[in-house]
Design a protein around this ligand. Structure first.
Ligand code: HEC
Ligand code: HEC
Length: 395
């Protein structure tokens, strides 16, 4: 029960934060909460009589996913996390597409790899239960015939520049909507999945239906263009039986106290943090993302305290000399959860690093990665980019 209550508190904080955000270029909804109030007994959208797997999945969803995808899974609670329950999405997404998205995440975005295989918190059974929960929220997977696009990518570029770039951006200039060229996405999304999304849109989200607005041939061309962008997903080191990485909590323990000017009493610009690090000031920096992301790349000296597990906060000294800064990718939500918890525990000098780690990396500020603990036991780690099971359609 304690678990459920704290999850709801966390979720409520995000709903408020998301509601306070302005609409940006029509790509964000202002009402991420959707209709209906969550019931105290059962997570949002779960009916009495749901299977134990669906209920377990809903609870895991609240703890790990609602932060960004919303309590109702309709998306847009943080960053531009998409809806996971729109009708056209659930109709076309195979279980493999869903579980692979959760397992491997989308490297370079706020979507972390949640599988233990990569240092995330979830085992395959928990991932399957989240998939079952999402499935319970919408239509079953539809029978969509496999049909590779025969379009022309050069023509597709014209269509893309006219109709898609305003929301999806380009490979080098990210737009607000999901990245349809992301290699991990393309590796899991067959052409019929892309065709379904482009033709029928994603009801309840900013993604319009292009049926009627584009000729079928133009839709084929733009699919061919997206496909032509698909490079193999970047290799990701497998981590077996990950334990929370242990390392010193303090950066520059004998350095002087830092001093920062905060925006809104809460946010510290990345530039000030970089300067304090260069001046060897005494600091604690907390990486609030899933631990898998910390393994991949983090601010040197930062410790992993993911938004879903606070155990390492007990090790942080609470004194006037030590600033405790938190960051994430999305770029405030996960770090905001950790800073709220620190403040609740009475820490005086705390702040969220304003721009988040994606901007930190863009500016080429220092970053390091961690060597995952050596695999224990004899079972070999599963292949990283395991060959995909073909889109499974109901008979
Ligand atoms: C910190 C924010 C954040 C959290 C927490 C998060 N996601 Fe995501 N998720 C995203 C973003 C952002 C994207 C889109 C990435 C992109 O730009 O391509 C995404 C994409 C996805 C996708 C792919 C959807 C599609 O249409 O291709 C799935 C599936 C998904 N998330 C499931 C989950 C699940 C399940 C959890 C919890 C275990 C979770 N996410 C937690 C931010 C988050
Ligand atoms: C007004 C903004 C907007 C425009 C214009 C737009 N999209 Fe989207 N698109 C989105 C958003 C937002 C999503 C994610 C919706 C959700 O929450 O499921 C999306 C989703 C998608 C998806 C599914 C991705 C996934 O991960 O499931 C594909 C494919 C896609 N768009 C392709 C296109 C193409 C091709 C065009 C141009 C012909 C286009 N979009 C135009 C906003 C837009």
């Amino acid at each position: 029960m304690a678990f459920a209550l704290s999850s709801w508190r966390v979720a409520a904080v995000f709903l408020l934060a998301a509601l306070a955000q302005p609409l940006v270029q029509g790509c964000k909804r202002s009402d991420p909460g959707g209709q209906g109030k969550p019931s105290a007994e059962l997570p949002y959208g779960v009916h009495p009589g749901a299977s134990p797997q669906v209920i377990a999945g809903a609870q895991a969803y609240l703890k790990y996913c609602a932060l960004c995808h919303g309590v109702d899974a309709r998306g847009y609670a943080a960053d531009n996390a998409p809806s996971l329950v729109s009708t056209t999405f659930l109709e076309s997404a195979s279980d493999n597409f869903l579980s692979r998205g959760i397992r491997e995440g989308r490297q370079g975005t706020a979507m972390a790899a949640y599988s233990r295989q990569f240092g995330g918190p979830l085992d395959d059974k928990e991932i399957a239960s989240i998939v079952a929960f999402l499935r319970s929220r919408g239509p079953a997977q539809a029978r969509i015939p496999a049909r590779p696009s025969t379009g022309n990518p050069a023509h597709g570029q014209e269509v893309y520049d006219r109709h898609c770039v305003s929301c999806h951006g380009t490979k080098t200039q990210r737009g607000l909507a999901v990245q349809p060229w992301h290699p991990t996405f393309l590796a899991a999304a067959p052409d019929e999945f892309l065709r379904h999304a482009i033709t029928l849109g994603r009801p309840g989200t900013p993604m319009p239906a292009f049926i009627g607005a584009l000729q079928p041939g133009e839709i084929e061309d733009v699919i061919a263009l997206l496909r032509s962008w698909g490079t193999p997903p970047p290799a990701r080191p497998a981590i077996q039986h990950p334990e929370l990485p242990k390392g010193p909590v303090l950066i520059n323990p004998s350095g002087g106290a830092a001093s920062f000017t905060l925006r809104d009493g809460r946010y510290v610009p990345a530039e000030q943090v970089k300067k304090a690090l260069d001046a060897k000031k005494r600091l604690v920096i907390v990486d609030a993302r899933a631990t898998s992301d910390w393994y991949q790349a983090h601010i040197p000296g930062s410790i992993s305290v993911p938004y879903y597990g606070f155990s390492r906060l007990d090790e942080i000294p609470n004194d006037a000399q030590t600033w405790v800064l938190a960051y994430c990718a999305c770029p405030h939500h996960a770090s905001g959860v950790v800073v709220d918890e620190l403040r609740r525990r009475g820490f005086k000098n705390t702040a969220v690093i304003d721009e988040g780690i994606l901007e930190w990396q863009k500016r080429k500020y220092p970053i390091e990665s961690a060597t995952p603990p050596a695999p224990s036991g004899s079972a070999p780690a599963p292949a990283l980019s395991a060959p995909l099971v073909p889109l499974r359609l109901p008979r």
